[in-house]
Structure formats: structure tokens, C-alpha cells
Design a protein around this ligand. Structure first.
Ligand code: SRM
Ligand code: SF4
Length: 566
């Protein structure tokens, strides 16, 4: 089969994968080396496939340098949970581990996973083992493979939700790497002699880049389906799943100053019956495996493969490999990519409480003991916990009689009732950024709350406290909190400086556009205030902030709208 990139052009990561012996590398030996808190260079790349990133404490960087010490190496560990679903027992285990080995907090991510931060090398193995003991896993939460599969987390509206959830789990398991390296390194399993590793789909060099899949049930798009390499939009008929619209080529990361990189929304290319979803996903992944760019990792996502060769080429290749033709996409409508807070009754007559968790950080601090509250709830809770795609949490499947208990525990621990918060804050998202993310140019999670305090004054003065204006911040243009889909998007350029983007749609189907660059906090407030005032006075009924700034030509509409093929 023709491949685009010659073998001699391969990036360093490709060589590392090639010689890694199916992701083993020398991780075992690296973990034993007590002379450094770090892993060997190649193992730093390989450990991602096992669900961890080597990081260092960026807050202590200059102090350690002055003392001529190596950086304080520490590890982030990411736990996969398809559709963000966990049991109270699993919650309690993760909570305990974060205290025992991590920095005492849990991060609920923008892809419905859990993250621990601040784990030292010696704590890695016990952490990963304990995660597996409660039937969760860290395998393939990072690396050039399919990541955690996202799915709408709130079933209150839909009879088909359970089925779509099940499918998310099936897809997640089906595309796990088959190498036994993970079990040997972390779970002390012996490799069975005479059984060579075999990766039927990924082959021994895995994919050119990370790969992300999500499933959405309209009208909710809180998982931002169009930001994924591959998305399935459920089409319902008479309370049954008829099948799924397929969308391909989403991805939001870019690099400042490199115009060949860009955020892109996935295009809707056809419809598949539900029985064929895994077959379609496997074929899309195989095309990306064979044609994705393996020489420049900045140009290696499926979006680049599609843009290099054309959407028509991609659809033809998919149809040819499938041996049958995708049907035309069915009509669908997304209303919002935000979360609905508070109690909602599910179709099973049980209750679901969506709790605002500011930027996904579950922690205890003076007057606000969210982590303690949630572990107390986990002790008595008979339902489940669900992470949303907006870094929030749903306490799910609660009996009517237990609602008050849960409310009391939250209140007692100083967890504010969402009704006291503005729509702006409730619609905010921020990535981790400093002090753990090695790619951050600026603060995000630790800064956005205080910026919103100041914006809230403007919002309240203009009577907009109920308006769900979606604001997203990231510490760099990799876009981990999907800032390109913020009606207000802020992207870190340098410490205390941000680019301001405006005009994404309210339902995740239009990217925002650059408004002003390198703004300080004072600049951001000065730029946003007149726009917020104008929005309060001149908006049409039900007009979203994103649509308003486009109608008023404050920014131009995004250059590349997503396509829906006929
Ligand atoms: Fe991300 C890299 C955190 C969702 C695009 N992301 C990183 C790393 C691992 C930094 C690194 O490579 O050294 C960050 C770890 C920070 C830390 O200290 O924890 C990181 N990404 C996150 C999380 C935790 C953000 C959050 O605060 O919630 C999210 C974890 C998701 C998960 O559970 O799997 C997270 N990252 C995303 C998303 C959103 C999504 O998937 O819906 C995106 C944009 C969508 C996309 O993939 O295009 C995203 N992360 C990136 C990129 C840019 C990829 C690209 O194609 O250009 C990088 C950098 C890279 O891969 O080289 C990155
Ligand atoms: Fe780090 Fe950038 Fe992702 Fe934020 S957007 S977590 S700064 S890689």
C-alpha cells in the first residue's frame, strides 16, 4: 500500500516506538534507578502509553536550579473511565491514592478522566497497581493510541443513553493496545514464553499521534464531539438508536507562529447503522495508521491527513476499505456544550446531581472541603459518579430519600450551591497549565477563577448573571480546555499575557476567531467590558454571546466552518 512518508524521514518518536519491544523500553530498569527521580530519555516517551507523564515542579524550578539540584521530577497519572463513569468504591480508592502518593488533589479532566499530580517515581507502581485493583486502568490514557472515549454523562433525557454508554465502553476496550508490557511492568505478570506480542490494528509502531473518539446524544454536546478525531452522533427514532452520524478530523492543538498548525472541527461525512460502529472506527484508525504523517508530529493528527489529501479522498478510502458505502448523514441538532447544574430526574426515576467543580480540581482548602465532601458522599452513595466533559461531576442514580443527605454533606463542607454562581463561572473551563504542565506559557486553572471574580462584577452590573456565556482558558495553544470553542477564549502567550478569541457558537459547532493579542488582565477587562455592555443592551432574544459578536462584526466568523456532506 502506498504510504506518504518515507522510512528515512521518521521522527524520533517513531524510532523510539520501533525499538521499544511493544512499549517495554527500559521502563522497569528506569524505575529501579535510585540516582535520579527521572526516567531514561526514551522511557519518558514510552511511559505515556502506560498512562503517565514525567513532569517536574515548575514552581520550584529556579530554587532547585540555584541549589544545583535536578528538577523535582514527579509524575502525572491519568486514569481512564469511558464516559467518565466510576463507582463510589473506585472514587474512594482514587481519593485515598491522591493523598498517599499524589499532591492531595484529584483533577477531573476535560475528557472525563481522572488525573493525579505530584507522584514521585517510587510511588508510580503502587499507584498504578492500586488503580487496577479497583478495576480501573491507566493503560493508553496517553500516547499514540486511542484515548479515553467520551460520552454524554447525563442520562436524564434519553432512553438510549445506557446503550450509547455501553458502546463507549466497548469502543474503549476494543482499541486498547494488546501488548502485555503494561501487565508485566506494573502488575508483576510474567510474559508467557512463546507468545509473541501482536498488535493487530496498531502494529508495532502504533499510530502516528494521539487519537480521540467521542459519542454524543443530541441535543447535548457537552463532550464537544467536533473536537475529536472521530465522533459518533446518535440518531434516535422512536426511543431507539437508529445509528450514528460519523464525523472525522477534529483536533484543536496548534503552535504559535506555525501556520501549518490550526484548530479544526470534525466534518460530518455519513451515517452508519449502530452494528457497524466498531468496524467504521477500526477502519478510520487504520487509514490514519497507514497515511498519517510520521515525520513531523505537529502535522500528524487525522485532521492533517484529511486536509493533505482531501475529504473526498478520505471518504472514498473509507468506503473502499469498508466494502460498503456510508449513507448520507441524518439531521441532528445540538443546543449547548455546557452542563446543566443541580438535580435532574432521570428516565429511571432516580436523581442526578450535577455539581460545579471549578476547573475540575477536587481539593480541600480553607472553608471549602470538596474532596472531603465527595469522599463522605462516596461512603454512603449507592449510585455512581460521572465526570462531564466540562470538568464537572454528576452524583448519579440517587434515590429520592438520599438527596437531602447529599445536599447536607456538601453544605457542611462549604461547597457552594450552584445557584449563587453566575452563568459565566458555571460555563468556564481551564486547563492544568502551571505549575505541572511543562508546555504552559501562562497560568490557567490557578488564574481563571480570580479573573472571573472581576468579570462577574461587570456581568452582574449588566444583569447577565443568568447568561451562560462560555469562557475557556488554556496556558498554551494546545487547547486542552478547548479554548477554541469558547465564546470567550483566552490562550496564554507569556506569564500574565493572553490572546483573546471571540465568537464560538454556544453548541460547539463553530470555532472562535482571534480578537486581540498579548493582553494583560487590565487589557482583557478593558476589551471585554464594552462588548459585555453592548451584549446586555443590544442582543436579540435568546442570542448567544458568540453569535452576538459575530452579528456585530466584532470578530469575523471562523474561517473554516465544519462541513456536513450531503
Ligand atoms: Fe491535553 C498535552 C492536559 C485534554 C490537546 N495535555 C497535554 C499534557 C499532557 C502536556 C504535555 O504533553 O506535556 C497536559 C498535562 C498537564 C498536566 O499537568 O496535567 C495535558 N489535556 C490535558 C487535560 C488534563 C486538561 C485539563 O485540564 O482537563 C486534559 C486531559 C484529557 C484526558 O483525560 O485524556 C486534556 N488536550 C486535551 C484536549 C481536549 C479534548 O481532548 O477534548 C485537547 C484538544 C483536542 C485535541 O486533542 O486536539 C488537548 N494536549 C493537547 C495537545 C495538542 C495536540 C495536538 O494535536 O496538537 C497536547 C500537546 C501534544 O500532544 O503534543 C496536549
Ligand atoms: Fe498544558 Fe497547554 Fe494543555 Fe494547558 S493547554 S494543559 S498549558 S499543554
Amino acid at each position: 500500500m502506498e504510504k506518504k512518508f518515507a522510512q528515512d524521514n521518521l521522527s524520533e518518536d517513531e524510532h523510539i516506538k520501533d525499538k521499544s519491544d511493544f512499549l517495554r523500553g527500559t521502563i522497569k530498569e528506569s524505575l529501579q534507578n535510585r540516582l535520579t527521580g527521572a526516567l531514561d530519555t526514551d522511557d519518558v516517551k514510552l511511559i505515556k502509553y502506560h498512562g503517565s507523564y514525567q513532569q517536574y515542579d515548575r514552581d520550584l524550578e529556579s530554587e532547585r536550579k540555584q541549589k544545583k539540584l535536578e528538577p523535582l521530577y514527579q509524575f502525572m497519572v491519568r486514569v481512564r473511565a469511558a464516559g467518565g463513569l466510576t463507582t463510589p468504591k473506585q472514587w474512594l480508592a482514587l481519593d485515598k491514592l491522591s493523598d498517599e502518593y499524589g499532591n492531595g488533589t484529584l483533577k477531573l479532566t476535560s475528557r472525563q478522566s481522572f488525573q493525579f499530580h505530584g507522584i514521585l517515581k517510587r510511588g508510580l507502581k503502587p499507584t498504578i497497581q492500586a488503580v487496577n485493583e479497583v478495576l480501573l486502568s491507566t493503560l493508553a490514557t496517553c500516547g499514540d493510541v486511542n484515548r479515553n472515549v467520551m460520552c454524554n454523562s447525563n442520562p436524564y433525557q434519553s432512553l438510549i443513553h445506557k446503550e450509547v454508554y455501553g458502546l463507549a465502553g466497548e469502543i474503549s476496550n476494543y482499541f486498547l493496545p494488546k501488548t502485555t508490557a503494561y501487565h508485566e511492568i506494573w502488575l508483576n505478570k510474567e510474559k508467557v514464553a512463546g507468545t509473541p506480542d501482536f498488535e493487530p490494528l496498531y502494529h508495532h509502531t502504533y499510530l502516528p499521534r494521539k487519537f480521540k473518539i467521542a459519542l454524543a446524544i443530541p441535543p447535548n454536546n457537552e463532550i464537544d464531539i467536533f473536537a475529536n478525531d472521530l465522533g459518533f452522533i446518535a440518531i434516535e427514532e422512536n426511543n431507539k438508536i437508529k445509528g450514528f452520524n460519523i464525523c472525522v478530523g477534529g483536533g484543536l492543538g496548534s503552535t504559535f507562529g506555525n501556520e501549518t498548525t490550526y484548530p479544526r472541527l470534525a466534518d460530518v461525512i455519513g451515517f452508519t447503522p449502530k452494528e457497524k460502529v466498531i468496524e467504521v472506527a477500526e477502519t478510520v484508525i487504520a487509514i490514519q495508521r497507514d497515511y498519517g504523517n510520521r515525520s513531523d508530529r505537529r502535522l500528524s493528527r487525522l485532521k492533517h491527513t484529511i486536509d493533505d489529501r482531501g475529504l473526498e479522498w478520505f471518504v472514498n478510502e473509507l468506503n473502499t476499505r469498508l466494502g460498503w458505502k456510508l449513507a448520507s448523514p441524518r439531521s441532528y441538532q445540538f443546543i449547548s456544550n455546557g452542563d446543566k447544574y443541580g438535580w435532574l430526574k432521570g428516565i429511571n426515576n432516580k436523581w442526578f446531581y450535577t455539581l460545579f467543580v471549578e476547573h475540575g480540581r477536587v481539593k480541600n482548602e480553607e472553608g471549602y472541603s470538596l474532596k472531603k465532601a465527595l469522599s463522605e458522599i462516596a461512603y454512603i452513595h449507592k449510585g455512581d459518579f460521572r465526570l462531564t466533559g466540562n470538568q464537572n461531576l454528576i452524583i448519579g442514580n440517587v434515590l429520592e430519600k438520599d438527596k437531602k443527605n447529599i445536599e447536607d454533606i456538601l453544605k457542611k463542607n462549604g461547597v457552594k450551591d450552584h445557584s449563587k454562581l453566575t452563568g459565566l463561572r458555571k460555563s468556564s473551563m481551564a486547563c492544568v497549565a502551571l505549575g505541572t504542565c511543562g508546555l504552559a506559557f501562562a497560568e490557567s486553572e490557578r488564574y481563571l477563577p480570580s479573573l472571573i471574580d472581576k468579570l462577574d462584577v461587570i456581568i452582574r452590573k449588566n444583569g447577565l448573571e443568568e447568561n451562560e456565556i462560555n469562557i475557556r482558558m488554556t496556558g498554551c495553544p494546545n487547547n486542552c480546555a478547548r479554548s477554541s470553542l469558547g465564546e470567550i477564549g483566552l490562550v496564554g502567550r507569556a506569564i500574565g499575557r493572553y490572546n483573546l478569541y471571540l465568537g464560538a457558537s454556544h453548541n460547539g459547532d463553530r470555532l472562535n476567531s482571534l480578537y486581540k493579542e498579548m493582553l494583560s488582565e487590565a487589557d482583557i477587562l478593558a476589551e471585554l467590558e464594552p462588548i459585555i455592555v453592548a451584549y446586555a443592551q443590544e442582543r436579540d432574544m435568546e442570542e448567544s454571546f458568540g453569535n452576538f459578536v459575530i452579528r456585530k462584526e466584532i470578530v469575523e466568523k471562523t474561517i473554516r466552518p465544519l462541513q456536513v456532506l450531503k
